[in-house]
Write a new protein. Structure first.
Length: 95
């Protein structure tokens, strides 16, 4: 259904090698975010921040209150803070 993954979790298009390279070359920044309590919070923040230009990946740790954003260059802290705010949460700074 639109997925390139095969039943053994390998990527049939070879895109995983490209993604791994991009992530390895990206800049990883960890932010402290308040107000997250559940999986819905994780999804809302992931979707909002992932939509920003230059964002390669987003990992949300609800329990720790941390959001790790991997970008293609230097992250735009203001844009990331605005995306978190738009999702209904507060970015309190870099962790």
């Amino acid at each position: 259904m639109g997925s390139c993954c095969t039943p053994d979790n390998s990527c049939s298009t070879g895109a995983d090698a490209t993604t791994a390279t991009a992530v390895a070359e990206g800049t990883s920044t960890v932010y402290a975010v308040t107000g997250m309590t559940c999986g819905h919070c994780r999804t809302a923040i992931t979707n909002s921040v992932s939509a920003l230009d230059g964002v390669i990946s987003v990992d949300v740790d609800v329990t720790a209150g941390k959001v790790t954003v991997v970008t293609g260059g230097e992250p735009d802290d203001a844009a990331i803070a605005a995306a978190v705010d738009d999702a209904g949460y507060e970015l309190t700074g870099r962790a």
